[in-house]
Each structure stands twice: as structure tokens, then as C-alpha cells.
Design a protein around this ligand. Structure first.
Ligand code: PEP
Length: 252
């Protein structure tokens, strides 16, 4: 049985006082959830310490939205895995489509970040997904296969709970147009097969979460799919009420 993960990616939103208010409301909203699931908040760097202080002693975990692959040195503007651990992060998102698309992050950069993070003790959510054009050209599985293989081939990982793949079709992110549960499940099942071929039996335990316009009214049907193990949430995670409702549905 794979443990669900619900992660809120706040992107470049939330000043510190807003982050504080949102976090407080989420903490009180999820306080009575008994079910064992991973609840993550990924604020911008500037609010990591605010959120960290508030979630201490709760079931919520802290995530970054990105990371650099070197540990220290002359890399102006970058933040290393060790620094994120020092700031209280247990997780980081890597390879989000906004970084791939807007900042030209390649598969090999994504891989360097994954290696550095896992080696230093930071857990990883690696994002993959096709654009609308790629889907319309029938290339979805090929694109995702290339991204997944590049992210994990030869990866030395003894604990699969430290590594999560987020399938995020680019055309569904922030557009209000989510992939149907069936469309998502097809890709999630393919990802499980790809990871299984690379890693063998243990990768049945790998969590594959879905991201792309997840909302209160579609989370339930997505989570009913066999290979969907949670969600990476953008817009709906900026509102405590909707984020808490989504977490509660996953916890039922
Ligand atoms: C995301 O940023 O990873 C995301 C899925 O955003 P949204 O939920 O807004 O589509």
C-alpha cells in the first residue's frame, strides 16, 4: 500500500505575512486528520523559515520548489541541498515544467539536481509531462519515458519512499483543464512500467502523483485510479479551504 502525498506548490506567491496566515489555516484544517499521508508545503525560499516555525510538531512537511546541484561556492543566486536541509526542508520539487519551459532546464540539469539532493539527504519530487503539442502528436509516452529514464537511469536509491515522480501534463498546469482520470492513469501506469524495468520489483512502491488543475471537485476521481498516489497542487493550494478539503479527501 503506497502512502498518499498531497503537496502544495505555492510558486512565486505569498509574502511572508500571507504565508503565515495560509499555513496557520492549513495547520488547523488538517489537525484532526488521522490517516497517514504525506502533506507538504512548498513556499518560496523567502517564506521557508516562516512556514518551518509554524509547522513544527505538526504532520506537515516542508519542501522547496527547486535546488542547485553543487553544495557551496560561487553560484550567485543558487541554493544547495544542504542549505535547504538547514532551512528545514525534507523535500524539494525538481524539474517543474515552469522551470523547464521558462528557464530552459534540461533533462541533464534535472538529473544533476536529483543526484545532488538524494546524495545529501533531501527527498525529491521529480516532475515530468508533455506539452499540448506533444500530446496532440501522440508523443506523450515517448516524452515522459525520456524524462523518466533520464531522471532515474542508474540512480542508486535504497529507499523508494524518498523519491516521487509527479506527472504533470504541461497543458493542464494552471489552465483549469485537468487531464481526465483515465488519461492520467494511462501515463501513470506507463511510468510505473518504465521505473519497474529500470529498477525491478521494489519500484512497485514508488509513488507517482498527478499535477495539473487539481481541485476539490476532481481529486476524488483521480485518487480512485490504481497508479495515482497523490497530487501536486498549484492554484488550489493557495487557498487554505480548498487545500484542506483536498487533503481530507485523500485522507478518507
Ligand atoms: C503545479 O504548479 O505543479 C500545478 C499543478 O499547478 P495547478 O494546480 O495550478 O495546475
Amino acid at each position: 500500500m503506497r502512502k498518499y502525498m498531497i503537496a502544495g506548490n505555492w510558486k512565486m506567491n505569498m509574502l511572508r505575512h500571507e504565508a503565515s496566515e495560509l499555513t496557520r489555516n492549513i495547520i488547523s484544517g488538517v489537525a484532526d486528520i488521522k490517516h497517514d499521508l504525506d502533506i507538504l508545503l512548498a513556499p518560496p525560499y523567502t517564506s521557508l523559515d516562516v512556514v518551518r516555525g509554524l509547522i513544527e510538531g505538526t504532520k506537515i512537511k516542508l519542501s522547496a520548489q527547486d535546488v542547485f546541484w553543487e553544495d557551496r561556492g560561487a553560484y550567485t543566486g543558487e541554493i544547495s541541498p544542504t542549505m535547504l536541509l538547514d532551512a528545514g526542508c525534507e523535500w524539494t520539487i525538481i524539474g517543474h515544467s515552469e522551470r523547464r519551459g521558462i528557464l530552459d532546464e534540461t533533462d541533464s540539469i534535472v538529473r544533476k539536481k536529483i543526484d545532488a539532493s538524494l546524495n545529501d539527504g533531501l527527498n525529491v519530487i521529480a516532475c515530468v509531462g508533455e506539452t499540448l503539442e506533444q500530446r496532440e502528436n501522440g508523443e506523450t509516452i515517448d516524452i515522459v519515458k525520456t524524462q523518466v529514464e533520464s531522471a532515474i537511469a542508474g540512480l542508486d536509491i535504497d529507499d523508494t519512499s524518498r523519491f516521487v515522480i509527479a506527472y504533470e501534463p504541461v497543458w493542464a498546469i494552471g489552465t483549469g483543464k485537468n487531464a481526465t482520470p483515465e488519461q492520467s492513469e494511462d501515463v501513470h501506469a506507463a511510468i510505473r512500467e518504465i521505473t519497474g524495468n529500470i529498477f525491478g520489483q521494489d519500484f512497485e512502491q514508488l509513488r507517482i502523483i498527478y499535477g495539473g488543475s487539481v481541485k476539490v471537485d476532481n481529486i476524488k476521481e483521480l485518487l480512485e485510479m490504481e497508479n495515482i498516489d497523490g497530487a501536486l497542487i498549484g492554484g488550489a493550494g493557495l487557498n487554505a479551504d480548498s487545500f484542506v478539503k483536498i487533503v481530507k479527501m485523500a485522507g478518507e
